[in-house]
Design a protein around this ligand. Sequence first.
Ligand SMILES: [Zn+2]
Length: 302
Amino acid sequence: MDPELSEIFMNRISLVIIFFSCIGISIVTGDTDQQNVILISWDGISRDTLEYLIDSGNLEHLSGILENGSFVNISITDHFPDTLSGHAQILTGYSPEISGVFKSMRYKEIPEGYTVFERLKEFAGDDGISTVIIASQERSLGPLKGLPFYHAGKVVDYYYDQNSDAGLLGTVVSEALYHFAQKGRFFMFVHFRDAADAGYAFGAGTKKQEDSIQSIDASLGEILKTIQKAGIMEKTAIYITTDHGFNTGQKDYTGQANLWLVANEPGLNMNGDQKDIALTILKKFQVPYENITPHYPGEPLI
Ligand SMILES: [Zn+2]
C-alpha cells in the first residue's frame, strides 16, 4: 500500500475505534431470545458469476454458510438493475414508484419512515433495537440531504459511508459488531463495493473481478469470526445478497436481473423477488408488516 493510502487507512481505523470507545460500555440486556439480523450486500455480482465461484471452490466462507443454509434465486422484476434502485428496494421492499428511487441517476429521498431501519425503530422503539449502516461508498449510499437514505440516517445508531475496500470494511464491521452485540438486538446493513468496482473497470467474470469477490469472502470470514467470538452466532441471521448483476464479458451491467441470496438458515424459499428481502427482515423481527401502508408488494422468504 502506498504511504499516502496507508495513512488514510490508519486514520479511518483510528476514527472508527475512537467512535466506539467514546460510546462507552453499554448495559447488557440479558435477553437470551433476542434475534439479530446482519444483511450484507456484495455489490454487482450476477448469479452465474457467484455460482461459478462457489462450484469451483473459491468462496470458502460463503460456501461454509451454505452447508447448513439456503440459496435463493432472487430476481429483479420492476426496476432498473443498478446500485441505488437495488439498494432502495432491498432496504424498503417497495417499487420505485413508491420509494422514488428509479435509477442511480434518477432518485429522490425515500419518503420518511419507509426504510427497514425506520420501520424497526418505529416498531421496537429507539431503545428496543440498534440499527446500523456500514456502506463502502461515499455519497450515494450516505445520509446527506437529497440522497435516498437521508431519513434512514436520522434514526440509525451508527452510519459509516466512507470509500473502503473489503479489508477495511471487515474491520469496521467487526468493531461495530462487538459494540452492538452487547447492547441487545440489532439490524446491521453492510455494503461491499469491491466486485462492482472491478466489474466496471475490467468486466464481469474476469480474473480481477473474481479476485475482488474472494477478498470480500475473506472479509466475510473475519465477520463470521467476530460473530462467533461475540457469542451471538446462534441468534444472528446472516443474509448475503447483491444489488444487481453484470452481463458477463461486458462492462455494461444493464439487464442483469438474475441475482441471489445466501442465508445461514435452512428452509428459505428457493425463488424470490428483490422486494421480498425487506419483508424477510421485518418478519424476522416480528413486525406486523401486513398492517403497514403503503402495503408491501412482496412476501417474506421465510
Ligand atoms: Zn451496485
